[in-house]
Design a protein around this ligand. Structure first.
Ligand SMILES: *[C@@H]1O[C@H](CO)[C@@H](O)[C@H](O)[C@H]1NC(C)=O
Ligand SMILES: *[C@@H]1O[C@H](CO)[C@@H](O)[C@H](O)[C@H]1NC(C)=O
Length: 321
């Protein structure tokens, strides 16, 4: 696929960086803060052994990564950096509106399709874990494609807006991250349906992976799951799913692939997850004074300079023992 799509490797590597940056941002205040491994070798090792556990955090990693690939490839198409795709020109003029389609729409159709073929190709087998990964990948991609928004521009004498042309723009990746983080908090713990995978759709019960291209067009992967707790409602197409408990992120555990929270910065007054009590899992924490240099007392000089002084302040930073 990489050979068939010159330029796509750059889009994929940018996607991985974007996914990691966004994951770290969304989880900066949590015990699990999306750490990545330094010496990456072999499949899946960027996020370490945690991916061997089918927990909530793993579901987020799959979703944000496949979302990032769809997002990055869709943008690369409209930027002209890929040979095999262009802007999306398929939008048709709505008959009863005072604007028309024009300009260059981000090609989410191509991005979605590519991410599906490329990211899902890593998944083999037909078990619950396979279903979970494929489903969470699709949750990520759907987050991007369903939040596309219309942008318009006016043309005409002195901004009179006699002609308005519009195109479809990708959501910011921050908003994709916010949405998925929300889904992380409300993720569904699932089990495989008793009927197995045959009842509702033919997803996953064929060995040929090339059949997966049209997966999202014939019913949802969520049809394969039932809630672990029968009082909970079944997951929908945009809900993240998992089935293992999360490991204990408080302590370092090589086997589970967790680093623990020793040395993590915490907030001594917050009662939330970033507070020292929760972050340090009840252990002690140390405060140390750090000197912070900041620009301050800035003034504006005509025209056009901003002059600032440098101020030093002392802040106490608390870290878990
Ligand atoms: C939290 O830290 C601040 C600043 O270092 C300190 O003044 C305050 O007493 C601390 N509060 C608690 C509850 O430890
Ligand atoms: C610590 O938490 C308190 C209460 O939530 C908040 O007002 C304060 O800004 C936080 N301090 C830092 C340094 O994040």
């Amino acid at each position: 696929m990489v050979r068939d799509n010159p330029g796509i490797l750059l889009a994929i590597s940018q996607a991985v960086k974007t996914a990691v940056t966004e994951c770290r941002y969304q989880f900066k205040d949590r015990r699990w803060n999306c750490p990545t491994m330094k010496n990456v070798q072999g499949p899946n090792s960027l996020f370490g052994k945690l991916l061997n556990t089918a927990c909530r955090e793993t579901s987020f990693i799959y979703a944000i990564t496949s979302a990032a690939v769809a997002h990055s490839v869709a943008r690369s198409c409209s930027e002209g950096s890929l040979e095999t795709c262009t802007c999306d020109y398929k939008y048709q003029r709505p008959s009863d509106e005072d604007w028309e389609w024009g300009g260059c729409s981000d090609n989410i159709a191509f991005g979605h399709r590519f991410s599906q073929k490329f990211v899902d190709a890593d998944e083999k087998g037909r078990d619950l874990r396979f279903m979970m990964n494929i489903h969470n990948n699709e949750v990520g991609r759907l987050t991007v494609s369903s939040d596309m928004r219309r942008e318009c521009k006016c043309h005409g004498m002195s901004g009179s807006c006699t002609i308005r042309t519009c195109w479809m723009r990708l959501p910011t990746f921050r908003s994709v991250g916010e949405f998925l983080k929300d889904r992380f908090d409300g993720a569904s713990r699932v089990a495989l349906r008793n009927e197995g995978v045959r009842g509702n759709s033919n997803r996953g019960d064929r060995g040929d992976r090339r059949d997966r291209g049209d997966r999202s067009d014939n019913g949802g992967t969520e049809a394969n799951f039932q809630p672990y707790n029968s009082n909970h409602k079944p997951p929908g197409p945009r809900d993240l799913v998992y089935f293992d408990d999360s490991p204990d992120f408080c302590v370092r555990n090589e086997r589970a692939g967790t680093l623990g929270t020793v040395g993590r910065e915490c907030n001594n007054t917050s009662l939330g997850v970033d507070g020292c009590d929760l972050m340090c899992c009840g252990r002690d924490y140390d405060g140390s004074q750090v000197r912070i240099k900041e620009r301050c007392s800035c003034t504006f000089h005509w025209c056009c300079k901003v002059k600032c002084q440098e101020c030093t302040s002392i802040r106490t930073v608390y870290r878990c023992q």
